[in-house]
Design a binder for this molecule. Structure first.
Ligand code: R5P
Length: 262
């Protein structure tokens, strides 16, 4: 692996423990002004000191995040779909590598939709992006997207999707936590981070999932809604950090959340 690619990955995954707390704020690319992200700057800025990397679109990056921040950027470069459109899997590559480099990103991110109508198109997109990004030493994060079919998130489906993403050459894979998650980790030869999905019933549920994922071998989280839709986003991301970077148990993280939320 070339120096540039290694360095970008080391900026995202902290070399001290190889883990990362990525903050996902790219939802607007197909959801528009999703709840609590109506004003991206207001939501994201206070969380920047607690995140190891930000995952977002070039529109939000350029317009809502000051260039003064020294935070690694994982740029969403796929899209072309919307929540009210025919099929969420109908995505293409929407950002050139030149523009990604102009923005100084540490990685580019694209969704694949295994088993969906546009499976082939999204996998070919991934291969193309890996070829192009590789020319410049930029890692690719593949997101194993399920669209509206949240019930797809089981060990069989996620193992299949993650492994395909890794086989295609993605340097990092973002997926969901599921029962028997260690099987997903074992069969995927590149680092995995987990999304949170729609807001869960309680912060405890989120912290338990984060704990279990790390215990099974995930290298971090790339969560969005369960952080910034929480009534106490800073307490929430701090509690997640304690699991990812300080080996806190789920119980300890819940205690930390409760003490910080006051
Ligand atoms: C999809 O909207 C994006 O890839 C998100 O970045 C991803 O789903 C993670 O965010 P959340 O934790 O809200 O699911």
């Amino acid at each position: 692996m070339d120096w540039g690619m290694k360095n970008r990955l080391n900026r995202i995954f902290k070399p001290e423990d190889g883990h990362t707390v990525m903050l996902a704020c790219d939802h607007g690319y197909f959801l528009g002004p999703v709840s609590r992200l109506e004003d991206p700057r207001k939501t994201i800025e206070p969380l920047i000191p607690y995140a190891d990397a930000l995952m977002l679109t070039r529109g939000v990056l350029r317009n809502c995040i000051d260039a003064k921040y020294n935070i690694p950027i994982v740029l969403r470069v796929s899209g072309g779909n919307s929540i009210i459109g025919k099929d969420l899997s109908d995505e293409g590559i929407t950002v050139s590598m030149q523009d990604a480099l102009r923005l100084g990103v540490c990685a580019v991110a694209l969704s694949i939709y295994v088993g969906a109508e546009h499976e082939h198109q999204t996998l070919v997109n991934l291969g193309k992006l890996i070829n192009e990004a590789g020319d410049y030493g930029v890692p690719v994060l593949a997101v194993t997207a399920v669209g509206k079919e949240l019930e797809k998130r089981d060990v069989r489906y996620l193992s299949l999707s993650c492994r395909i993403a890794a086989e295609m050459g993605a340097q990092v894979v973002k997926t969901y936590y599921c029962e028997d998650f260690e099987k997903v980790v074992k069969s995927c030869p590149v680092p995995l981070v987990i999304a949170g999905g729609p807001k869960m019933k309680s912060e405890t549920d989120v912290l338990e999932i984060a704990y279990n994922a790390i215990a099974c071998g995930a290298k971090g989280v790339d969560m969005g809604r369960n952080v910034w839709q929480s009534s106490k986003p800073i307490a929430m991301i701090s509690a997640i950090r304690s699991i990812v970077h300080e080996k806190a148990s789920a119980q300890k993280a819940v205690e930390l959340f409760n003490s910080l939320k006051k």
